[in-house]
Ligand binder design. Structure first.
Ligand code: NAI
Ligand SMILES: C[N+](C)(C)CC(=O)CC(=O)[O-]
Length: 322
């Protein structure tokens, strides 16, 4: 049964956000919230977390300046808390981005629910765990929701929001409204699906990519080019369903299905996951190294950020959400 919750402030009145876990995604969230003019308090148990986080935010800042900072937004509004309890003490909203390990998420969310002011909504960045499985140890589980972002959260608009069996629907509605106010493009799901929507789709593509590399059927570089030079260009502004409706010409989706529907049964896909053995792992790692050439991680992040900004600008989506 959902536990009821009552958030201490409206989504529009959020001032301080706690980001728990400050790696790739937690750091990306920190950059996003700072750029939107919030006060952010971060906590991460790693010894080098503060250095890494400040580097990540500094690297993201030029992209954020380019798309426009909120009034008063500054990196100086980031505080690193010495303990989890201090990080969440004054928070109006909590975004958890700790490693994707179910037991860790369970105990961390329980600890967060115990330390955070009553009613404050706590969102997990999990890539695929249903909240029902993560909220089992928490006393006050009604305010726990999934808020699944995309890398980097400071540029990719989408957040998928969904609750678990014990989540109060009010908390889901509050989180969706909050992300909207905070400049994200929100999909609110009314039921739990492992992987939510986008990762379920990405995972299908990813499995096929791994199959092709494992079987020596295509190189990492060709797989990437097949998307960036092909369907990826369309997907930036029109999803896979509508683009395929256009494949049916004036006959639309009806003709497309009558024409190409039977190929659904053809063995184009092999949706059993391949064994991620050492050989496949190394082939993927080597292939990505080759594809990156002499570009460093920082070079690739800068190129990706600029690419996303260019696409958002070209498709008229800078400063607006869906
Ligand atoms: N990397 C990605 O592309 C995406 C990741 N996510 C999700 O975001 C979450 C974080 O993933 P990443 O940032 O990629 O991982 P990461 O490994 O880059 O960062 C995880 C951070 O959590 C810290 N940490 C370790 N134990 C902790 C604890 N008990 N409490 C708080 N922090 C702790 C680590 O020190 C590290 O800084 C995961 O749930 C993941 O599924 C969601 C969308 C995309
Ligand atoms: C790799 N990943 C499954 C963690 C990716 C995501 O969850 C979303 C994204 O950024 O594509």
């Amino acid at each position: 049964m959902p536990e009821t919750t009552s958030a201490p402030c409206a989504p529009e009145d959020v001032r301080r956000i706690a980001c728990i876990g400050a790696g790739v995604i937690g750091g990306g969230w920190v950059a996003h919230f700072l750029a939107r003019g919030y006060d952010v308090t971060a906590w991460d148990p790693a010894a080098d977390a503060e250095d890494k986080l400040r580097r990540l935010v500094a690297a993201a800042w030029p992209a954020l300046e380019q798309i426009g900072l909120a009034e008063g937004a500054t990196q100086d509004r980031l505080t690193i808390a010495p303990t989890l309890a201090e990080a969440v003490a004054d928070a109006d909203f909590v975004q958890e981005s700790a490693p994707e390990k179910l037991e860790l998420k369970r105990s961390l969310l329980a600890e967060l629910a115990a330390a955070t002011r009553p009613g404050v909504v706590i969102a997990s960045s999990t890539s695929g765990y249903p909240m029902t499985d993560m909220q089992t140890a928490a006393e006050d589980a009604g305010r726990l929701v999934v808020g699944h972002p995309f890398n980097p959260p400071y540029l990719i608009p989408l957040v998928e929001v969904v609750g678990g069996e014990q989540t109060d629907p009010e908390a889901v509605a509050w989180a969706s409204r909050f992300y909207d106010v905070a400049g994200k493009s929100v999909i609110t799901m009314d039921r739990e699906l492992p992987g939510f929507i986008a990762n379920r789709l990405q995972e299908a593509l990813w499995r096929e990519a791994l199959h092709m590399v494992a079987n020596g059927e295509a190189s990492v570089e060709d797989i990437d080019a097949s998307i960036t030079e092909g369907p990826g260009l369309r997907w930036a502004f029109m999803g896979p369903c509508l683009t395929f409706a256009l494949a049916g010409g004036e006959g639309g989706m009806a003709h497309m299905l009558d024409h190409f529907g039977p190929s659904l049964k053809s063995p184009w896909t092999r949706l059993e996951a391949p064994e991620l053995d050492r050989e496949l792992r190394d082939a993927m790692v080597d292939g990505c190294r080759e594809a990156a050439g002499d570009r460093t991680y920082a070079d690739l992040v800068a190129a990706r950020d600029q690419g996303v900004i260019d696409v958002l600008r070209a498709t008229g989506r800078l400063g607006s959400t869906r």
